[in-house]
Design a protein around this ligand. Structure first.
Ligand SMILES: Cc1cc2nc3c(=O)[nH]c(=O)nc-3n(C[C@H](O)[C@H](O)[C@H](O)COP(=O)(O)O)c2cc1C
Length: 184
């Protein structure tokens, strides 16, 4: 990114380390609905980290992968996260990355606008983890964090798009709320 770039920088990722992550696909699709952006589509597999422990941190410090992801957040004007739901909560890979980054600075998202998404093959579409994340990440924010959950991914995400009109409209409502919060 050069200093002459006028485009809004968006970081998008699936909060999962599955190589075929359906959440990564949804995060990418949602980000692509935003006009005139530079998209940084991240893959958690490129940020592999040991399981967080205070002992390891004391012994070896914070791994560089946590700093590398933090750099991405710093460059972004806004962040699109699609959360995988594992047993009603965050995937271990995502939670672990978040824990490491929280040791660099507790304000992990640096007050950047967030668009929170979730999808799963099931009918609830990851709503549990989405609500949990919304509550956590709304702390000390003035503006509401827009969210969208896509149920039954394998039926509702076809040929790289959401064909169901109601679902697409619901996604776009949240995308527009997110766009309104972006300041380049
Ligand atoms: C350990 C584990 C726990 C899971 N728990 C849930 C769950 O609580 N709710 C749900 O909707 N799906 C659950 N699933 C299914 C995931 O939604 C599914 O694997 C989905 O593809 C995850 O998203 P990803 O492809 O982005 O990793 C679970 C999957 C695994 C491997």
């Amino acid at each position: 990114m050069g200093i002459l770039s006028m485009k809004t920088q968006i970081l998008a990722f699936g909060a999962s380390n599955s190589r075929q992550s359906i959440n990564k696909q949804l995060a990418q699709f949602a980000a692509e609905q935003i006009p005139n952006i530079d998209l940084d589509l991240a893959d958690l597999n490129d940020f592999e980290l040991p399981i967080f422990s205070v002992d390891l941190e004391k012994k070896a410090g914070i791994p560089e992968a946590a700093y590398r992801f933090r750099d991405k957040i710093e460059l972004a004007n806004g962040i699109v996260i699609s959360l995988a739901e594992h047993n009603g909560s965050f995937s271990a890979a995502y939670k672990n990355l978040f824990d490491w980054m929280s040791r660099i600075d507790a304000n992990v998202w640096m007050n950047k606008p967030l668009l929170l998404l979730a999808t799963s093959p099931g009918a609830r579409g990851g709503k549990g983890v989405l609500e949990h994340a919304k509550k956590l990440y709304s702390f000390r924010r003035e503006l509401p964090v827009p969210t969208f959950s896509l149920p039954k991914f394998n039926t509702n995400f076809e040929e790289g798009t959401i064909k169901d009109e109601q679902l697409y409209t619901a996604l776009m409502t949240s995308v527009k709320q997110f766009i309104a919060q972006l300041t380049p």
